[in-house]
Write a protein that binds this ligand. Structure first.
Ligand SMILES: Cc1cc2nc3c(=O)[nH]c(=O)nc-3n(C[C@H](O)[C@H](O)[C@H](O)COP(=O)(O)OP(=O)(O)OC[C@H]3O[C@@H](n4cnc5c(N)ncnc54)[C@H](O)[C@@H]3O)c2cc1C
Length: 387
């Protein structure tokens, strides 16, 4: 392992890889991406549903989506690796007046940014997604340019392009210390030895808080387990009983979601009882609660068997918005954390913004909404679309 680098990035998920890619595009090639696992993209990035959408409730998140989706649409041309992006849209189903009211404001904001979001009624939603039962739905929103992409493809694309430009990727390397001397980052200690560095980036996903502690700071990110189930469909689930396209359907008021995945259906739902923790074992006794909702919305799932299931960790910040930028009081330490369950899709823009901040370029976006300091006492503008 090298003994010094300009930049060390801790964490080889989509965020760390995106920062590495965008730094190399800005001429910073003396950088090392450190991942403690044998492979990249095995943390939250490797366990996510691949959803990519414009539909958010805050100005900052909509901007992150617009920029990120532009890159994901042209990923193979620009980065040199397929992102397998299927733009079959995101459909949000709303069943309460409170949700309907807040979505009216959100859709107005999305449209003000030029995002083409449509209102549908329950029958139109059912026509769009064969097999969907929209009973009780009082409104729905649909954006056709939303979709599903491949998190592993995006991460590997960023990492390979960064490596081709001179960046080094150290797998099987756990960062165990961040050296800070007189308020300035001096380097890291790792399972493979020490490395001097002027800049260190915390891109440790749900482990942002323990990694922050290595430098004596508190990063307000809590890990929350989320499950994904893959249903295999039986022969009776033919055309008309399940969607053929990959449209992501989100039952907003229960947080149940599903989309077509290969010959089956991928689905999941938040568990309001889930406490913060790093456990990623599958909690099978949660499945019956999910199935109750699932068979109401997609009756074909009543006859389906569960082919596969896994759990991963959301990296929740207090307001559901990311933390992107420097750490006041520790020069050279930067954060790209707290994406609260929707980070994969924002990794292209988030990595670009942080790379600009590191090299001292104007990121072209007001970063106050991403600043660590925002948690100090002020009321927070929370993201409503955390599902
Ligand atoms: C079930 C589920 C579904 C999701 N669905 C979506 C979705 O549809 N769309 C979407 O946009 N997002 C989704 N997300 C969220 C998304 O996966 C995350 O926001 C994103 O992957 C965060 O990326 P990351 O690179 O910050 O974290 P990670 O991918 O977790 O990467 C962090 C890396 O840091 C490494 N690391 C930690 N500590 C150290 C250390 N000390 N030294 C070295 N390495 C270390 C870890 O091993 C890990 O590989 C989902 C998440 C889950 C769990």
């Amino acid at each position: 392992m090298k003994r010094s680098a300009d930049v060390v990035i801790i964490g080889g998920g989509c965020m760390g890889a995106s920062v590495a890619y965008h730094l190399t595009r800005r001429g910073v090639t003396d950088l090392v991406l450190m991942e403690r696992e044998p492979l990249l993209a095995t943390g939250s990035t490797g366990r996510n549903a691949g959803g990519v959408r414009h539909q958010f409730s805050t100005d900052a998140n909509i901007r992150l989506s617009i920029e990120s989706i532009r890159l994901i649409e042209h990923f193979a041309d620009e980065v040199g690796h397929p992102a397998d992006f299927h733009q079959d849209g995101y459909l949000f189903l709303l069943s309460t007046l409170a949700s309907l009211d807040s979505f009216k404001q959100n859709v107005a904001l999305q449209r003000a940014h030029g995002v083409d979001v449509q209102w549908l009624d329950a029958r139109e939603a059912e026509r769009l997604v064969p097999g969907l039962d929209a009973a009780g739905v009082i409104g729905a929103t649909f954006c056709a340019r939303d979709g599903i992409a491949d998190p592993n493809g995006v991460t590997m694309g960023f990492a390979k392009a960064a490596q081709a430009a001179g960046a080094v990727v150290e797998r099987d390397t756990e960062v165990t210390g961040i050296r800070v001397v007189k308020g300035r980052v001096a380097g890291v200690d790792t399972s493979g030895g020490s490395m001097d560095a002027r800049v260190v980036v915390n891109a440790a996903g749900p482990y942002a808080r323990p990694v922050g502690r290595l430098a004596g700071i508190d990063v307000p990110v809590d890990p929350i387990r989320r499950h994904i189930f893959i249903a295999a469909l039986d022969a009776s689930a033919g055309p008309g009983r399940v969607p053929a396209r990959h449209t992501m359907v989100i039952d907003f008021d229960t947080t149940f979601y599903f989309h077509r995945e290969g010959t089956g259906v991928l689905f999941g739902m938040g568990n309001p009882q889930e406490a913060s923790g790093f456990d990623t074992t599958v909690q099978w006794d949660f499945l019956p609660q999910v199935i109750d909702v699932a068979v109401r919305r997609l009756p074909a799932l009543a006859n389906a068997s569960i082919a596969h299931a896994w759990a991963g960790l959301y990296e929740m910040s207090p307001d559901g918005n990311p933390i992107i930028g420097p750490v006041p009081g520790v020069d050279g330490l930067f954060l790209i954390n707290g994406f609260s369950g929707h980070g994969f899709q924002h990794s292209p823009a988030a990595g670009r913004i942080l790379a600009d901040l590191i090299v001292g370029r104007d990121p072209g976006i007001d970063c106050a909404a991403f600043a660590l300091e925002r948690f100090a006492g002020r009321s927070l503008s929370a993201e409503r679309y955390v599902v």
